[in-house]
Design a protein around this ligand. Structure first.
Ligand code: SF4
Length: 342
């Protein structure tokens, strides 16, 4: 199977039926994975603060610094949430919050160092999203390389590629003009890779993005992976519109599966394509037939829950679904970066 171009991806999306996308995605998936095997993690997103100045119009989570209802979790609150995750059988935390002007980079380095000191390698964590990393480096007046080194020294292994949504400059101008540019995003992610940390690619679909914007996002992601090889995985999830300023409607599970398939076919240099149980619930597992090989079982994420996501906490019942589709599912622990194992 040879690499497809953007023109070929567009044609496949517009003219390929579900069966064709599914078949091609399964061929692409088989390059890296056994056909009937999938992996998963149990994770908790800890939303340490909801105060944010970015004002993305698709977000139902944030409050501005002087508005009522803002919070910052205490260290004890964070530890209690991690203890709860361990009790639920999970070992992956995703720290994700707002751009809070009162929390400098030092606050995060202290927090991450304390988590590493208390839990060691029993828990792995995605320290920040690239979006938060850009904001914090900027506020600290540090280069991305300097900020990445500070995180690494605090025991951080992963900075996930969250906050990307749709990586076109026009999308950001329409919906998140205070966030950062696409150029900033990739420059920051490159610094993360060069610092020896691990990172991921993400994408959110279902706003008002044009097909050309989705394709540009995939192309930029594939190009970045060609240049750096730093992306562990690609996770796509769907926009939840409830309670947001932008509003809108959810896309169908069928459209989601088709996009997972096209992503798997196009991103021939990314090993793991992850399906989103957080936003697709049980429908997410059908994407395993469309090229996905891995998924999270989340037990909390206030950001998407505020916008309408619902979380099923009966993990055995959830795991029964991919098994009923013929998959053997195995727990996967987050990998420690090779550069930091010496
Ligand atoms: S999506 Fe993130 S950066 Fe944007 S307003 Fe919400 S919390 Fe802030």
């Amino acid at each position: 199977m040879t690499r497809i171009t953007v023109d070929e991806a567009r044609a496949l999306w517009l003219r390929g039926d579900d069966a064709e996308l599914k078949e091609l995605a399964q061929v692409a998936r088989a390059r890296y994975h056994e056909p009937d095997r999938a992996t998963y993690m149990v994770m908790r997103i800890i939303n340490y603060t909801n105060v944010c100045v970015a004002q993305c119009d698709y977000c139902a989570f944030y409050v501005l610094p002087n508005q009522d209802g803002g919070y910052v979790l205490s260290r004890e609150d964070v530890f209690a949430k991690i203890d709860g995750l361990l009790e639920a059988g999970g070992d992956l935390v995703g720290f994700n919050g707002g751009f809070n002007p009162k929390l400098p980079l030092d606050y995060y380095c202290d927090l991450f160092a304390s988590v590493r000191a208390r839990y060691g390698d029993r828990v792995e964590f995605y320290a920040l999203t690239i979006a938060e990393f850009v904001y914090l480096a900027d506020r600290a007046d540090l280069s991305f390389a300097e900020a990445a080194a500070r995180l690494r020294d605090a025991g951080v292994h992963w900075v996930t590629g969250g906050g990307s949504e749709i990586l076109t400059e026009d999308f950001r101008k329409r919906h998140a003009k205070f966030k950062y540019t696409v150029a900033d995003y990739f420059e920051a992610q490159r610094a993360i890779v060069e610092a020896g940390l691990r990172t991921t690619a993400t994408m959110v679909i279902g706003f008002d993005e044009a097909l050309e914007e989705r394709l540009e996002h995939l192309k930029r992601t594939r190009d970045f992976q060609d240049e750096t090889g730093g992306l562990f995985s690609f996770l796509c999830w769907t926009y939840k519109p409830y309670g947001t300023a932008f509003g809108g409607r959810e896309i169908s599970p069928q459209e989601y599966r088709r996009w997972i398939a096209l992503s798997r076919i196009f991103l021939d240099n990314v090993k793991h394509v992850r399906t989103s149980v957080l936003t697709q619930n049980e429908d997410a597992f059908r994407a395993l037939d469309y090229g996905a090989d891995d998924f999270d079982l989340p037990i909390e994420d206030e950001v998407t829950q505020k916008a309408g996501a619902t979380i099923e906490l009966d993990l055995d019942a959830l795991l029964a679904v991919p098994r009923s589709l013929g998959y053997t599912v195995e727990y996967r622990r987050a990998e420690r970066p090779t550069a930091l194992t010496a």
